[in-house]
Ligand binder design. Structure first.
Ligand SMILES: Nc1ncnc2c1ncn2[C@@H]1O[C@H](COP(=O)(O)OP(=O)(O)OP(=O)(O)O)[C@@H](O)[C@H]1O
Ligand SMILES: [Mg+2]
Length: 400
């Protein structure tokens, strides 16, 4: 009861003060107003849950004040106080949106229970609003996930089909370049223009190849090569792959891995792709002198891999978009916008999850949780995997 914000409005000073005092004794300390005008000016300053409002007041009467409250503060509940002979006013009040009315003289217990009911109604409404908000959010999220899933399947299929023609274009332009270098073409007219055009084709093909490779990594379901992957080795190897880029930008890159026996059973190609995507993003977002750090923690049944940078951070409005396919803030031609989309796809396929936290101007941290027994959930328990499972379980037991 103490938390109810109550405003008591009545022009009869003695009556109002007495009621206020008695309410205060019961744990509700109301603010007081002696007329409609004062009531509205108090409401302008701060919100109230419940207004107990006398109908018969000089100047602006209770019904007029009620109209104003309902129009401007729809969440505030109003209990009208009517004279004995004028209950019609109370009925009019309810029609205008009052919660209820009480006839004077009022009984304190009765008033208290009405105030509590009005407050409960507010709480229920608030809950309903939150519930609806949550439902809408869930529906939006589910629709987005479904959209992404079908888009992912489609995109991966298209990537597969496009890969061969791309390889042919790449090979043919390489061949054309070789031919142009031959003696017999030394004096070819507009040779420079041809070379430039070939260069442009090759750049375009490289970009298209980057896209298809990302998408194919994601779709490598049927030809996944599952093996025991040592996480420390994988992280060290991958850091070597991206090190040159970090050194060129003068960005430090290091790893904190407490256990070099951390192993998961998965497709090393896919997990490496996850790491490359996260590390290159971190390096791209970090200026000279900044740092990128990879850490792995063993939490029992899962590994937590964190890629953290001290880079520019991600603006709030972009945070919910970064996992969408083709979302990129990099200049045109630089980013495919597929890195994180594919990364999340791979991790979710392993039964894991990925989360991001970021502070603009301070840095970003991607946290990947990978279950140790990810692939065992499926019905693929061949001998090799059973052995692996036994080994891990033994390791787990001996560690505790
Ligand atoms: N560590 C990070 N710090 C700041 N922004 C990031 C970080 N990682 C991702 N982003 C933001 O998320 C966007 C999407 O990333 P994603 O890896 O999917 O695509 P991309 O990096 O733009 O393209 P590509 O991966 O092909 O180079 C980036 O363009 C960038 O705006
Ligand atoms: Mg990227």
């Amino acid at each position: 009861m103490q938390n109810i914000r109550l405003l008591l409005v009545d022009d009869e000073n003695d009556f109002r003060r007495t009621v206020a005092k008695r309410l205060a004794k019961r744990g509700i300390v109301p603010e007081q107003a002696a007329n409609g005008k004062e009531c509205l000016s108090i409401l302008e300053k701060r919100p109230f849950d419940v207004v107990v409002l006398d109908v018969k007041m000089p100047g602006m009467d209770g019904i007029e004040v009620l109209h104003h409250i309902k129009n401007n503060y729809p969440k505030t509940e109003v209990i009208m106080l009517t004279g004995h002979a004028t209950t019609q006013n109370g009925v009019d009040g309810i029609k205008t949106g009052a919660f209820d009315y009480l006839s004077k003289p009022i009984e304190l217990e009765h008033l208290l229970s009405k105030i509590k009911q009005a407050h409960d109604k507010i709480l229920r409404n608030e809950e309903r609003i939150q519930e609806t908000k949550f439902k809408v959010q869930m529906q939006e999220q589910m629709a987005a996930t479904e959209r992404l899933a079908s888009l992912g399947t489609l995109a991966a299929g298209v990537a597969h089909e496009i890969n061969n023609p791309l390889a042919i274009i790449k090979e043919s332009t390489g061949f054309m370049e070789l031919i142009l270098k031959k003696e017999e073409f030394a004096d070819m007219p507009r040779k420079k223009d041809f070379e430039l055009a070939i260069g442009k084709i090759q750049k375009g093909v490289d970009r298209a190849r980057r896209i298809t490779l990302q998408l194919l990594g994601f779709s490598r379901k049927d030809n996944s090569v599952l093996a025991e992957v040592n996480l420390k080795e994988l992280v060290d190897d991958t850091i070597q792959l991206v090190k040159r880029e970090a050194v060129n930008k003068e960005v430090g890159i290091d790893a904190d891995i407490d256990d070099n026996k951390s192993v998961v059973w998965c497709d090393i190609y896919q997990l490496r792709q996850v790491l490359i995507n996260l590390l290159t993003n971190a390096i791209h977002a970090t200026d000279s002198g900044g740092k990128v750090n990879v850490s792995i923690k063993d939490t029992g049944n899962q590994f937590v891999l964190i890629v953290k940078d001290t880079g520019q951070g991600i603006p709030k409005e972009n945070l919910k978009r970064i996992f969408e396919p083709f979302f990129s803030t990099k200049p045109p031609g630089k980013g495919t916008g597929l890195g994180l989309f594919v990364t999340r796809g791979i991790i979710e396929k392993l039964g894991g999850e990925i989360e991001v936290t970021s502070r603009l101007g301070h840095g970003t941290s991607f946290c990947v949780k990978i279950p140790k027994f990810c692939e065992f959930k499926k019905d693929l328990l061949d001998d090799e995997r059973v052995q692996f499972l036994n080994k891990i379980t033994k390791q787990g037991r001996s560690a505790h």
